[in-house]
Every structure is written in C-alpha cells, then in structure tokens.
Design a protein around this ligand. Structure first.
Ligand code: FAD
Length: 292
C-alpha cells in the first residue's frame, strides 16, 4: 500500500522503523532477532536503507523481500542515486517493483568510502533530478529527505528550503525528516515548509540515544544538534553505565514523541540502527501513557 494512502485511511499516527541490511553473518543473525521483536510491535510500515554508491544493493533487495513477503510488512525502500547511471538506477528500481514495493524514498546519497569508486558520467548531482527521472517511469509513491536543521552542506535554511521545494515540485509526495533532539527544530521546519507552499505529510524521524560514541558520530555526519539538556542528562548518569544510558535514551525520546503526538504529525519514524530494545521501550512508555 502507498504510504500516502495509509496516512489517508489511518485515524492514528503511524509507527514505522528504519532497518539497514546486514553486512556480516553475525549482524544478519542479530537482525533476524531484531526483526521478530519489531514485527511484534505491529508497525504500519518499515523502511530499508540503500548503501552509498550501490554497495550492498543486493542486501537491501533481500531485506526488503524478507520484510514484505516473509514478515508481511509494508515496506518503503530508500534509493540513494549517488554515482549511479540511468541503467543502474532502472535496474535497482525494477527489482523493487518486481517484489511489489510501492514506496521509494529518493535521496542523493553521499560519496562512498571506497576510494576506487568512480561515479557514472551520467549520474545525478541532486535528488530533485532523481525524482524527475523516476516519476514519469514508475508508479511508486515517492518521498524525499528533509532536514529540520538544514542539510549539512546547505549555505542557509532558506537555500535548503528552495531545493526541497524543487524536489516537491518534481513530484515528491511526502517528506521524511532527519532526526533532531529538540522538537522546535521540527516544528519550525514544518512551519517554513507550509509558508513555502509545501503541504505534504512530513514524517518526523526519532533517533534514540544508543551510545555516546554513536550519538556524537551520527550527529556530526547528519548535522543534528546535541542539545544542552541532552548533554546535561547524559552527564548526570553514572559513567560507563550502559543500562542507565539506554533507560535515559528511552525517557528522552519518549518525551520527544509524546510532544510530537500532541501535534498533528502523520506518524513517528524510528531510526532503529537494527536494534529493538530502545524502540520497544519507547513504544511501551507511549502506550502506558495512552499516546498510542
Ligand atoms: C530520512 C533519510 C534517509 C536517508 N537514507 C539514506 C540511504 O538509505 N542511503 C544513503 O546513502 N543516504 C541516505 N540518507 C542521507 C542522504 O543521502 C544525505 O543526507 C545526502 O547528503 C543528501 O541527500 P538528499 O537527498 O537530501 O540530497 P539533495 O536534496 O540533493 O540535497 C543535498 C544538498 O544539495 C543542496 N541541493 C539540493 N538540490 C540542489 C540543486 N538542484 N542545486 C544545488 N544544490 C542543491 C541541498 O540544499 C543540500 O545541501 C538519508 C537521509 C535521510 C534524511
């Protein structure tokens, strides 16, 4: 089912989880367990990431197939176009269409770590070109990425908004937002979108704190501000106590989610990092407080 149809037909905000394909046997085993726990939480849909430069594209396809056909979950596959030529793009999208995928998040992607990777001469520079390429050829429900705090390369929030509008004008039907630790970034982003004539569903992304190292690393790559209250909360925990950090992360994210659910968000999209404990904890808390 198309996500836009799910949002139209569902009375309550959707709950969804992002997963990425495993790279080793050990992570594949862990992912199996994670999927079982997450599937029991009955998400409205799950998403599958796509490796930079098409690395592990088979892994993404296999994971999408497993989630859709074995686990009977609705799936959105991400597609990062960086460095890929039209034939590669078509081949990946045809494979997704063949396994019944109806939703695609079209992102530009970033330069892969592999120094030998050579971008295709006809590859696209920006996601709006990718949306323009996909839209007339496929019947996917197309989403694009949005950045409440602006994309890390963007000169200003205004410029970033201009380019987001371009993606919408090329045919995007919804926006998936990068995560943030202060809801005000998201509320301000939605307001600026509306002022700029973007009236699509904007799905907020939630990134629980899994470890301090991961939080710092992801924030520097994704351009998310680690807020003062988050830093203070972590500093007050016993040093090195992983359980205390996980519980704090659950509390922090659950408070963010409950405040978001008081507004008319279409849903909550959790960046699971292929883990289930924190997300299960957050949802259980939201249910116990009657937010879900
Ligand atoms: C929800 C979500 C899921 C993601 N999933 C993946 C994934 O699975 N795989 C992956 O590799 N990456 C993923 N990413 C990361 C994404 O690929 C990077 O953030 C990338 O740097 C930008 O992608 P984009 O689609 O936002 O690019 P764009 O929309 O092209 O924007 C990139 C930058 O260029 C500027 N810009 C946009 N259009 C133009 C234009 N026409 N001319 C000049 N400047 C322009 C923008 O302001 C921005 O600064 C994801 C990001 C999000 C938020």
């Amino acid at each position: 089912m198309k996500l836009t149809d799910i949002w139209k037909s569902r009375q309550k905000p959707t709950i969804s989880f992002e997963l990425f394909p495993p790279r080793t046997e050990k992570t594949a085993e862990n992912l199996e367990k994670t999927i079982d726990v997450l599937a029991d939480l009955k998400p409205d849909f799950v998403s599958v990431t796509f490796g930079a430069g098409g690395s592990n594209r088979d892994g993404s396809l296999q994971l999408a197939r497993k989630l859709k056909h074995d686990k009977k979950l609705e799936v959105i596959t991400y597609f990062a176009g960086y460095g890929l030529g039209p034939d590669d793009i078509t081949s990946v999208l045809n494979n997704y269409r063949e396994i019944g995928i109806e939703n695609i998040l079209a992102v530009r992607g970033d330069k892969p770590e592999d120094e030998n990777f050579k971008p295709h001469t006809e590859s696209f520079s920006h996601a709006n070109e990718l949306v323009k390429f996909i839209k007339p050829k496929y019947d996917f429900c197309l989403g694009v990425a949005g950045y409440p705090e602006k994309h890390i390369e963007a000169a200003s929030k205004e410029k970033d908004m201009e380019y987001l509008k371009l993606k919408v004008d090329e045919g995007a039907e919804f926006i998936m937002a990068n995560y943030f630790y202060d809801n005000n970034f998201f509320f301000d982003f939605v307001e600026r979108c509306r002022k700029n004539g973007i009236n699509l569903p904007i799905l907020p992304g939630i990134m629980p704190v899994y470890s301090i190292k991961m939080m710092e690393m992801l924030a520097s790559i994704c351009g998310a501000t680690i807020t003062e209250n988050l830093r203070k909360g972590i500093a007050a925990l016993p040093e090195g106590d992983k359980e205390a950090l996980t519980s704090f992360g659950i509390e922090f994210a659950a408070a963010q989610c409950s405040a978001l659910l008081k507004t008319n968000v279409p849903g909550l999209h959790f960046y699971t990092m292929d883990r289930s404990e924190s997300v299960a904890g957050i949802l259980s808390k939201l249910k116990s407080e009657n937010f879900l």
